[in-house]
Design a protein around this ligand. Structure first.
Ligand SMILES: Cc1cc2nc3c(=O)[nH]c(=O)nc-3n(C[C@H](O)[C@H](O)[C@H](O)COP(=O)(O)O)c2cc1C
Length: 544
C-alpha cells in the first residue's frame, strides 16, 4: 500500500507531503526527482525537469515520465508525489494506482497561478497567455483526474500542517473502509461476494477474467449443486435450489471481459427458528465477535458469517476450475477423517459416490454413521480434508509475502469452520531429520514430495498437497451455556437446520478457494513471464 499525492502546480503537494511524511513515517518520493535521476543516470549530467524538457524535447521527457511512474508504482509503503501530467497517461496512471490510495490536492486556477509562478513555471506555460493556458489545463486535468481520487482536499486556505491534518484524517477513514470491507479476494482474478443467509439473495462478482473463455450457467450450476444444502441425510435440510442467474459478463457461452456477475435467490430461509436466540450468542459461532465489531446484530442466522456465503465463492470457482481444467490443472479434495474415523484407502473414483466425499468406501460408511450418531445426540462432528492440486508446472507463486503456500493457506482459512492447514507432510515433517525430510532429486525429478509441491513459496511441479482441519459445526441442538447481549448468563439450544458435519459441503468450497488462488497466481505470473499466458493461448500478456 502506498499513498500517491497528485494535483496541479501550486496545490501544495510537496509542502503537505513533507508534513504527511513526518506524520506517517513514510518515505517520500517525488516523480520529478525520479525523472531527473533517471536522466542523470542515462546522460551523466544533472538537469532539472524543465531543462530536460527544453533541451531534449517532449518525447524524451514523456518517456522518462513513464519510466518514473513504473518505478514509483512498484514502491510499497511510500508517499509518492506526482504532477498531473504523469497521471494523464493511462499506462503510468495504472501503475501508480496499483495498491495505492490516491490523494488529489486542488484549488481554483486563480489561487494556484501566483503559487505556480513563485515555484517556477514549466516551459509550456511561459508566455503572455500563460494564465489562460494554465486555467484550461487545471480545468481539463480536474475532469480527468478527479474520478481516480480516493481523497480530495481543496488547498485554497490553510497551512501545510492544517491541510496535512485534514488529508491524514481522510486517509484514515478511507483505510478503515478498505480494511473493513474485506469482501473481495484476489489480485487480478478478483471475487467479491455479497448477501446474507437470511436476506433476499446472495451473489458474487468475478472480475479480471479474460474475454472469449467458454463458460455457461450449466457449468456453474454443476459446481453449486455439489455444495447445495439438502443433498443427503447428513447435511442441512435447508431446501435451497441454489439456482444461479448470470447477469453479466457472459454472452453466447463466452466471457466478454466484463465482470461476471451472478445472483442466487434465497428460497428457504426460516428466520423464525432464530427468534428464541435473538439476544443470545451461539457458542462457537461468530455472533459474539461480530457484535463486538459492529455494535449491532441481525440475529437471523450468521449473515455474512454463514456457510451460505460460500455458495457465491463456488459459483466463481466454477469459472476458475473450468479454465484450469482445460489447461491440465485438476483440483480434488476429499475427506480423510471425520469424527475421528480415518480413511486408509484412496480411490478417487469413489469420492463423489458417497455423501461424505471420502476416497475410502469403507471408511466413508463409518464416517456417515458417526455423523448420524452425532446428529441423534443433538451434536456435531468435525474432520480433515485433503486437497490435491495436480498439473501445476514448476515456477508458480512468489517469494516472501506472496508465497504460494501462504496464499493458499490464507484462502483456505477464509472458509468458515476451518481450523488449520498443513502443507505436504505438515507437522509430521518436524519430527524427521533433514536427511529424511528433504526431497532428494535425481534424473531431472524429485524422488519424494514431502514438501507438498511448494518450495520457497513457488511450485515445484509436483502435486500440491494440503490438509485442512474443519471443526465440528457450532450450531447444535444440545443445551449449552452462553451469555446474552446484556452479559447475563443464559442457556441456549440452537434450532434451525444445520449441517451435523461441515466437511462434505466444505469440500467444493476448499476446491474453489484453491482454484481461485491458482488462477489468480497464474495471471500474475503471465504478466511477469508472458510464456505462461501463451501456454494457455492468452496472447499479449506482457503489458504489465
Ligand atoms: C459449507 C459450509 C456450511 C456451513 N454450515 C454451517 C451450519 O449449518 N451451521 C453452523 O453453525 N455453521 C456452519 N458453517 C460454519 C460457519 O460458517 C462458521 O463456523 C462461522 O462462520 C464462524 O467462523 P469460524 O468457525 O471460522 O470461526 C458452515 C461453513 C461452511 C463452509
Amino acid at each position: 500500500m502506498k499513498i500517491v499525492i497528485m494535483g496541479p502546480k501550486g496545490a501544495g503537494k510537496s509542502s503537505i507531503g513533507a508534513v504527511l511524511s513526518r506524520m506517517t513515517g513514510l518515505q517520500t518520493l517525488e516523480t520529478d526527482r525520479l525523472i531527473e535521476q533517471l536522466h542523470e543516470t542515462r546522460d551523466g549530467h544533472y538537469l532539472s525537469c524543465r531543462e530536460i524538457f527544453v533541451e531534449h524535447g517532449e518525447e524524451y521527457f514523456r518517456a522518462l515520465e513513464r519510466d518514473a511512474a513504473a518505478q514509483a508504482g512498484a514502491k510499497d509503503w511510500h508517499l509518492i508525489i506526482t504532477g498531473g501530467s504523469i497521471m494523464l497517461n493511462p499506462d503510468s496512471r495504472r501503475k501508480l494506482r496499483e495498491n495505492s490510495l490516491i490523494v488529489y490536492l486542488v484549488a481554483p486556477a486563480q489561487v494556484l497561478w501566483p503559487r505556480a509562478t513563485a515555484e517556477g513555471l514549466p516551459p509550456w506555460l511561459i508566455g503572455p497567455d500563460g494564465p489562460q493556458r494554465f486555467e484550461k489545463q487545471v480545468v481539463y486535468r480536474d475532469e480527468v483526474l478527479r474520478p481516480f481520487a480516493d481523497v480530495i482536499v481543496d488547498t485554497t486556505e490553510g497551512t501545510p500542517e492544517e491541510l496535512a491534518e485534514q488529508v491524514g484524517a481522510l486517509i484514515n477513514e478511507e483505510l478503515a473502509i478498505l480494511s473493513r470491507a474485506a469482501n473481495t479476494f484476489g489480485e487480478i482474478i478478483r471475487v467479491t461476494t455479497f448477501g446474507e443467509s437470511h436476506g433476499p439473495a446472495i451473489g458474487a462478482v468475478l472480475d479480471g477474467v479474460r474475454p472469449g473463455l467458454d463458460i455457461s450457467e450449466d457449468i456453474i450450476q454443476r459446481e453449486l449443486d455439489r455444495r447445495r444444502p439438502g443433498q443427503s441425510k447428513i447435511v442441512t435440510r435447508r431446501k435451497e435450489s441454489d439456482r444461479v442467474h448470470l447477469v453479466s459478463g457472459v454472452f453466447e457461452g463466452k466471457t466478454t471481459g466484463a465482470p461476471v456477475a451472478m445472483i442466487i435467490y434465497n428460497e428457504d430461509q426460516k428466520s423464525s427458528a432464530y427468534e428464541d436466540i435473538r439476544d443470545l450468542f451461539r457458542p462457537g459461532h461468530a455472533d459474539f465477535t461480530f457484535y463486538q465489531k459492529y455494535g449491532m446484530r441481525d440475529h437471523r442466522g450468521g449473515g455474512r458469517s454463514s456457510g451460505r456465503e460460500t455458495a457465491c465463492r463456488v459459483a466463481c470457482g466454477a469459472v476458475a476450475r473450468e479454465l484450469l481444467a482445460k489447461n491440465g490443472v485438476r483440483i480434488v479434495a476429499h475427506a480423510i477423517e471425520i469424527g475421528g474415523i480415518k480413511a486408509s484407502a484412496c480411490d478417487y473414483d469413489v469420492i463423489e459416490t458417497n455423501p461424505v466425499r471420502c476416497a475410502d468406501p469403507e471408511a466413508a460408511k463409518a464416517m456417515e454413521e458417526a455423523i448420524l450418531a452425532a446428529r441423534k445426540d443433538c451434536d456435531s462432528v468435525g474432520g480433515v480434508v485433503q486437497l490435491e492440486i495436480l498439473g501445476v508446472p514448476a515456477g508458480l507463486g512468489d517469494p516472501v509475502f506472496g508465497k504460494l503456500d501462504a496464499r493458499l493457506a490464507s484462502a483456505l482459512l477464509t472458509i468458515g469452520a476451518t481450523t488449520g492447514v498443513e502443507i505436504g507432510m505438515g507437522f509430521e515433517q518436524t519430527r524427521l531429520r533433514g536427511s529424511q525430510s528433504n526431497d532428494a532429486m535425481a534424473d531431472g525429478m524429485f524422488l519424494t514430495n514431502h514438501c507438498g509441491g511448494i518450495l520457497g513459496g513457488i511450485s515445484t511441479g509436483q502435486p500440491i498437497v494440503m490438509r485442512v482441519g474443519v471443526k465440528p459445526t457450532s450450531s447444535i441442538a444440545k443445551e449449552q451455556r452462553t451469555i446474552d447481549i446484556f452479559g447475563q448468563n443464559q442457556t441456549i439450544v440452537v434450532k434451525g437446520r444445520h449441517d451435523p458435519c461441515i466437511v462434505p459441503r466444505a469440500i467444493p468450497v476448499i476446491e474453489t478457494m484453491a482454484a481461485l488462488t491458482i488462477l489468480d497466481m497464474w495471471e500474475v505470473q503471465a504478466r511477469l513471464r508472458p510464456e505462461w499466458g501463451e501456454r494457455w493461448g492468452f496472447p499479449g500478456t506482457n503489458e504489465s
